[in-house]
Design a protein around this ligand. Structure first.
Ligand code: FES
Ligand code: FES
Length: 162
């Protein structure tokens, strides 16, 4: 089957790429656009390592065909920090709370948390655990991740008030 030329809008930049119709968004982000912050773990929708935002909703990019993302807005971990010198509050909180060990789950975890906080800015602990239920971490035991998301929620709320 012939390649298709698609336009991907990633972190505010536009890319035109010719892709085989069966290639996943995760593969194209990593291999064509060199945005390797998006990780591929299970490659079958179980681990959440490949989570990105597609039109603001968190999706498993290993289960999303690149052609499905044509002319849609994609956010990857590379697009989160407001500037090279400043981390996003979620990234900062993950660092401060020791919620990163090997780091493999972290990009997907943070994007899932971003989606969660946009829909529920003050989640309970249980809501955070449920919201991140599709993202697996083999290192941290999850408590530090939950603490980091709680801290980021407070930080973001304070920013909105201030
Ligand atoms: S790599 Fe996509 S869910 Fe595991
Ligand atoms: S920090 Fe290693 S998998 Fe989560």
């Amino acid at each position: 089957m012939a390649k298709q030329t698609i336009e991907l809008r990633v972190n505010g930049d536009r890319y035109e790429v010719a892709v085989d119709p069966w290639r996943t968004l995760a593969e194209v982000l990593r291999e064509e656009l060199r945005l390797t912050g998006t990780k591929i773990g299970c490659n079958q929708g179980d681990c959440g390592a490949c989570t990105v935002l597609l039109d603001g909703r968190s999706v498993s990019s290993c289960l999303t065909l690149a052609v499905e993302a044509h002319q849609r807005e994609i956010t990857t971990i590379e697009g989160l920090a407001p500037s090279p010198d400043h981390l996003h509050p979620l990234q900062q909180a993950f660092v401060q709370h020791g919620a990163v060990q090997c780091g493999f789950c972290t990009p997907g975890m943070i994007l899932a948390a971003k989606h969660l906080l946009e829909n529920n800015p003050q989640p309970t602990e249980q809501e955070i655990r449920r919201g991140l239920g599709g993202n697996l971490c083999r290192c941290t035991g999850y408590n530090k991740i939950v603490e980091a998301v709680q801290a980021a929620a407070q930080e973001l709320a304070a920013g909105k008030e201030g």
